[in-house]
Design a binder for this molecule. Structure first.
Ligand SMILES: Cc1ncc(COP(=O)(O)O)c(C=O)c1O
Length: 372
């Protein structure tokens, strides 16, 4: 049995994903954590740290910075100096800090649909956002740069997720070059959330950190990375903002004061072990996710576009004409995410990162649910 076949009972672990439907026959395929065990090398590193009996306030250790620099070099051939890195307790706090760097008049542009916390950022920061829908172009979700250009008035910052949640896109070199040109031409700052960068499923896709591949806009970028999604340790939040420009970095860091908590020692230990991983654990995970994605695609067909990256499928349900999407799928024993939350009501997001046995059961239910 592989690490990814084992059904782990998460009841009584206060799991957000499972508690939502406690006591009901509803399988959860909603929030983005996986039903796979975190790898042994991470759990062992945590056990070792617990040999020390004090879990005090902790500064970012030099070793995690080195591990992260190595990881960027290993996966992307990108060498960055340590001073570009700002450690954070999560990617979402980093996105909110970035928006707070805007003045009251400056707007935030967000291509949608997108991971729902993006849509709360402007309100949180008492700023205004401009939402520009992605277009479905021959079965591929793309940014609509023309429409973005037409709505540029007052915009100073663009925030994207790449790989994209919920559509599962991994933007190509050509797309990123066009975006970089747009950013440069309009004198903008780009915030690029790259938390799903290791989870590349399509053979023809790869992850391209934009600040590396488009060096002309590196000084206009805040790139956000974390190991927590890939290694299924989101409960131990730890993220890195990479900000090459010293002024922008200083402005960003100034937003932290009094709002953003420090990072716990166990969080650092877990992420450092993850960044240092050179085992074949990730290959095993990707194999399982590819197989799950193929099964899901075989069931839902053209309702869903190819998941190039992430473990999230974006499935069109417009034809079902549902008034209450959540209730419909729950009545078929499925907990899914309603696309309306991400800015597009005709879709659901389905998290397929689970052992095959659970997926099979979920797919049987999904087949019925999609018949209306
Ligand atoms: C695109 C994206 N960004 C950020 C996060 C969450 O990041 P964090 O838990 O580090 O705040 C998620 C989690 O699903 C995500 O999908």
């Amino acid at each position: 049995m592989s690490d990814f076949d084992q059904l782990i009972d998460r009841r009584n672990s206060h799991s957000t994903k499972w508690e939502k439907y406690a006591g009901r026959d509803i399988l959860p395929f909603w929030i983005a954590d996986m039903d796979f065990a975190a790898p042994d090398f991470i759990r062992n590193a945590l056990r070792e740290r617990l040999e020390h009996p004090i879990i005090g306030y902790t500064r970012p250790p030099a070793t995690i910075t080195e591990a992260f620099q190595d990881w960027l070099r290993h996966h992307y051939g990108w060498s960055i100096p340590a001073e570009w890195i700002v450690w954070l307790p999560g990617v979402v706090p980093g996105m909110n800090m970035a928006a707070r760097c805007l003045t009251a008049e400056q707007r935030l542009l967000i291509p949608t649909p997108v991971y729902y916390p993006f849509l709360e950022i402007a309100d949180n920061a008492q700023r205004r956002d401009v939402r520009v829908p992605l277009i479905l172009d021959g079965g591929v979700w793309r940014m609509d740069l023309e429409r973005m250009q037409s709505q540029i008035g007052g915009v100073k910052m663009v925030m994207i997720a790449n790989p994209q949640n919920p559509t599962g896109r991994a933007y190509t070199h050509t797309e990123l070059a066009a975006l970089a040109d747009f950013i440069d031409r309009n004198d903008l700052i780009l915030v690029s959330d790259e938390i799903h960068c290791n989870i590349i499923l399509a053979k023809e896709s790869e992850h391209l950190p934009i600040a590396q591949w488009q060096p002309d806009i590196a000084n206009r970028t805040i790139s956000l990375f974390a190991a927590t999604k890939t290694y299924n340790i989101p409960g131990l939040g730890c993220a890195a903002a990479v900000i090459p420009d010293a002024n922008l970095r200083e402005q960003f860091q100034a937003q932290e004061a009094g709002l953003v908590s420090g990072i716990g020692p166990l969080n650092f230990v877990a992420s450092e072990a993850a960044f240092n991983d050179k085992s074949n654990w990730l290959q095993g995970l990707l194999r399982q996710l590819r197989s799950n994605a193929a099964k899901l695609q075989a069931l839902v067909g053209s309702r869903m576009t190819t998941v190039e990256a992430t473990y999230l499928a974006w499935i069109n349900i417009a034809d079902l004409g549902l008034n209450d999407v959540q209730a419909h799928f729950e009545s078929h024993g499925l907990g899914i995410s309603d696309g309306a939350q991400f800015g597009h009501p005709d879709y659901i997001r389905f998290n397929f990162a689970c052992p095959e046995m659970m997926l099979d059961q979920g797919l049987e239910r999904l087949g019925h649910a999609l018949q209306g």
